[in-house]
Design a protein around this ligand. Structure first.
Ligand SMILES: NC(=O)c1ccc[n+]([C@@H]2O[C@H](COP(=O)([O-])OP(=O)(O)OC[C@H]3O[C@@H](n4cnc5c(N)ncnc54)[C@H](OP(=O)(O)O)[C@@H]3O)[C@@H](O)[C@H]2O)c1
Length: 402
């Protein structure tokens, strides 16, 4: 910026001041244009990351766009299946294969480039070797053991590294991954389909179907993004469901978790699907039944809790160790009630059909409370119509602060 303090006479002082104002306005304009371009490119990188929604698990969903010195897109990419290439490597590969230059360019990436030696090598080294001059990243790696190291290696190699643009969106897209890295447990989303008066099944157990085909299809979209779907033995015995993703395209089937204290799961139940991992949490040892379930391909974990039921908190820790980022609960009111009572649910995904059913099974077997101040507070995150039904996403207040 022009130095005005050394100007000798008033005329040249005013001239210098005017020049300075223009220069500084110019600086601000250039910076604003840069920020605006950065935001646009980061929005595209976030879109790339969304393409990895049902693919990346258990890795985070990350997108990358590389812009060449000519201001055009040189390469784009997103995280591949576990063990495959990360977003930065895909974007560099895209640029190489299409013959577009990246030297001196900028890489926009929705998570700090990794610095560790996995199956694909550190992404920050790949970026350094490519010759990009600047990396704009949304958010540091949530893993406390490696956080900041990617930026450190980039800066040490002379690459400008900036962080923060798109941080909120990137974290939202990867809440499950952040939860597993920081809290060591999955992000737990409980899906409920109910009538307008909150009934999820008739007293005789009939629940198919309360909501519309459109709402059920939408439910499969949410199932597909989860690493695992969880249900209770009550639901399996009542409905014999498959609980897989059928109505929408998906890159892989989420695992299935069944909470079944006494290992009552019938060996011919529909939940046994070839190739899909099935984990059964029980509370009581039963060696013969365990062997039979394992012979059908299931993993059985015995975690005794109070009242002869499964220890649900220990189950979540075990699921975290098994790299489950997002857990999608579709259970009946008993298991739903226990999970909420024990403070293990982060978010509700509720479909409400415009019907009244009257007496029946509610959303949760929990309470009765004696004072309204004991009610659990939620924040509504979204409210949409899906066909004739309402879809509501509500988050327990403060649950995402970790
Ligand atoms: N509308 C909907 O959104 C929806 C969704 C799913 C199901 N449903 C309906 O819900 C009904 C079944 O409800 P449900 O409550 O019986 O089934 P559930 O909640 O799926 O399963 C409950 C069972 O889980 C087992 N369990 C093990 N550990 C537990 C713990 N710590 N806390 C609670 N339960 C534990 C218990 O059986 P053990 O002690 O034998 O292990 C318990 O009876 C069916 O009619 C089904 O159609 C509705």
């Amino acid at each position: 910026m022009t130095n005005v303090t050394s100007c000798p006479d008033p005329h040249s002082y005013r001239l210098a001041e005017k020049t300075c104002r223009l220069a500084s306005r110019c600086d601000v304009t250039i910076r604003f244009m840069q920020l605006s371009a950065d935001s646009d490119w980061m929005a595209q990188a976030l879109n790339e990351a969304r393409s990895a929604l049902t693919l990346a698990s258990p890795n985070p969903r990350v997108g990358c766009i590389i812009i060449g010195v000519d201001g055009r897109v040189s390469g784009r990419g997103y995280t591949q299946r576990a063990g495959g290439a990360h977003a930065e490597v895909m974007a560099l590969r895209d640029a190489r294969e299409s013959g577009r230059a990246v030297v001196g360019g900028t890489a926009y990436v929705t998570l700090e480039p990794c610095s560790h030696h996995g199956r694909t090598g550190p992404c920050c080294d790949a970026l350094v070797q490519s010759g990009v001059a600047r990396v704009v990243a949304s958010i540091p790696d949530p893993n406390p053991l490696v956080s900041g190291q990617g930026f450190g290696r980039l800066r040490a190699a002379g690459v400008t590294a900036e962080v923060g643009l798109g941080a909120r969106e990137s974290r939202e897209l990867n809440l499950g991954f952040f939860s597993r890295m920081v809290r060591k447990i999955p992000w737990v989303r409980m899906k409920v389909a109910a009538s307008l008066d909150g009934v999820t099944a008739l007293q005789n157990g009939t629940s198919q179907w309360i909501t519309s085909p459109a709402a059920r299809k939408d439910g499969h979209v949410w199932r597909a993004r989860a690493c695992a779907v969880l249900t209770g033995i009550g639901t399996v015995l009542a409905d014999n469901p498959r609980l897989d993703v059928r109505e929408v395209a998906t890159d892989r089937q989420p695992s299935l978790v069944v909470v079944d204290s006494a290992m009552s799961l019938p060996l011919d139940a529909s939940v046994f699907i070839a190739e899909r991992p099935l984990i059964i949490y029980a509370a009581v040892q039963n060696d013969a039944k365990q062997r039979a379930l394992e012979a059908r391909g299931a993993s059985v974990v015995v975690l005794p809790g109070p009242g002869g039921k499964v220890d649900l908190a220990a189950m979540l820790r075990d699921l975290g160790r098994r790299e489950i980022n997002e857990l999608h609960v579709e259970a009946g009111y008993k298991l739903n009630g226990s999970l909420v009572r024990e403070g293990l649910v982060d978010e509700l995904l509720v479909y409400l059909a415009p019907k009244l059913i009257g007496q029946g099974q509610g959303m949760l077997r929990w309470g009765p409370l004696t004072e309204l101040s004991q009610a659990l507070a939620l924040d509504i995150k979204s409210l949409d119509m899906v066909g004739p039904d309402v879809r509501l996403v509500a988050r327990f207040t403060g649950r995402d602060r970790f």
